[in-house]
Structure formats: C-alpha cells, structure tokens
Design a protein around this ligand. Structure first.
Ligand code: BGC
Length: 267
C-alpha cells in the first residue's frame, strides 16, 4: 500500500486516463476524490466510484469545472473540510477541440486553454496552499505533497490541426517545471506524465478501425496502443515515496512515440 492514508484529488476522473489513475491510486490505499466536470458525467463518475468501493477502496465523487476559479476553490475547501487535508493532486482533466488553424475560433482556443492549462493552474494553486499549510507529515509521506500534471507527448511534438491542444501541453511543461523549481525547497514534488496514444474516448478515431489503428502503430515503436492502466501505474509511482528524489521531471509513457520512428529508415 504505497499511498496509505493519503487523500488524492484526480481531476477528470470519470473516464479515460483519470479513471484508471483513480482506480490505481485507490488500490494503493489512497482515498480518491473522483472529479467530474458537469452533471452529464455524474453517472460515469459514480460508476468509477462503485468500482473503487467494490475493490475495497475509498473515495467520493465531486463535480467541479476546473476552469472555473470559484468551483475549484470550493472543491478544495470541501475536501479539506471532509478529510482534513489533500496529499496528492493529479491535474488530469483535459479536452481536445480540433480545428484547422485558420478556422479555429476564439471559443475553441479558450475552451482548451481554459481546461487544460488554466485548470491546472487553479488546482495547483489550491493544492500548494494546503501543502504549505500542512508541511511534511512523515507518517504518510516524505514530502509535503505531490502534484502530477497530465501532459502529453505533444508538449514536445508539434501537432498540426491541434494548435490549442499542443499549446496547452507546452504550457503545462513550463508551469510544472516552474512550480517544481519554486516549491521543491518546501518538499513539494511536482512532475508530469506525458502519455502517448492511450486507448480512451478522446482519441477513438485513431484506434476504432483497423486502418486507423495500423497507421497509429506506425508512430509507436513498441507496436501497441497504450492502455489507461499504463498511466495509472506511472502515476502511483510518481505519487509514492519510491520517487521521492524525482522533482520537475516529465515521464514519457508513450511506447517510444517520442523516438521519432519516422527516422528509422529515413533522414
Ligand atoms: C492526445 C491523443 C493522441 C495522443 C498521441 C494525446 O495527448 O490526446 O488524442 O492520440 O496524444 O498523439
């Protein structure tokens, strides 16, 4: 039980990567706050909680739009009131809203930056306030708190037709590194996970037909699509004391996507 007695808020945990991270952390003893954005994802969040409880874990569901400041402040205040503190934040909530650049509306730009980047800022700020207030409690962890930013291979791989998304992920990298530099002296660890192509609803068009999957696999040296559990395991490690000396790092979990396999027989 690597996360025993720790409280973990996982944003965007009603599906995809967030769901797997919540289940993995709960199986290691964390009490998980399964965040979901709107009423229409409440049933999915509840289903994740049901799985957690059936497996003997602990948790709650909590609605909050991470791009809304008051919502985020309310979520942290409520969780701290109910459980006493927060030990782990997984800044996972993310959306894609793709468009050729010349047609990209300001709404599409703002929506993606709002959830993916501003959402991470707002949640990290509340988490860090709480970590600073509490300090280290060695009965639970060697550090005062852990933040895991869910980034993407697209924090370094440019992505045509996804300027809003790629920009948000590039921004997350610099937010993460800056927070790590600022708060490592306070024993707060901030790191990122950069998933490659993970089989979730966000990229269904890239794996739902054999043709699409085959062309996706050309980009993945390890020749399989990632599973949400691949990210769940990495998140547990980054949140646990097993990674206590890891500060400000991007952990690529991508089957080698960032090895630029197009250069294997070219260039
Ligand atoms: C995106 C997916 C994409 C993957 C690899 C992720 O960040 O959300 O849609 O399949 O990167 O390109």
């Amino acid at each position: 039980m690597k996360l025993q007695n720790q409280i973990a808020i996982i944003t965007g945990a009603s599906s995809g990567i967030g769901k797997a991270v919540a289940k993995s952390m709960a199986s290691e003893g964390a009490t998980v706050v399964i965040n979901y954005p709107f009423e229409n994802s409440k049933a999915d969040a509840q289903a994740v909680l049901d799985e957690v409880l059936q497996a003997g874990g602990k948790g709650i569901i909590f609605q909050c739009d991470v791009s809304a400041e008051a919502d985020v402040q309310n979520m942290f205040a409520s969780v701290i009131q109910q459980f006493g503190t927060v030990d782990i934040l997984v800044n996972n909530a993310g959306i894609q809203s793709d468009s050729p650049f010349e047609e990209m509306t300001l709404n599409k730009w703002n929506a993606v930056i709002g959830v993916n980047l501003t959402g991470q800022f707002l949640c990290a700020r509340e988490a860090i306030k709480e970590f600073l207030r509490r300090g280290v409690d060695e009965s639970k962890s060697l550090s005062a708190g852990k933040i895991i930013c869910m980034s993407s291979v697209h924090q370094i791989i440019p992505w045509a037709g996804h300027a809003n998304y790629a920009s948000s992920k590039g921004g997350i990298n610099m937010l993460m590194q800056t927070l790590a530099q600022e708060f490592s002296p306070k024993k707060i660890r901030v790191n990122s996970i950069c998933p490659g192509a993970i089989q979730t609803p966000i990229n269904k068009s890239a794996w739902s037909t054999p043709k699409a999957l085959n062309s996706l696999l050309e980009l993945i040296p390890y020749k399989r699509i990632g599973q949400p559990e691949d990210i769940g395991k990495a998140a547990v490690w980054l949140a646990s004391d097993n990674s206590d000396y890891v500060c400000g790092t991007s952990l690529f979990v991508d089957g080698g996507m960032t090895l630029y396999p197009g250069f294997t027989e070219n260039g």
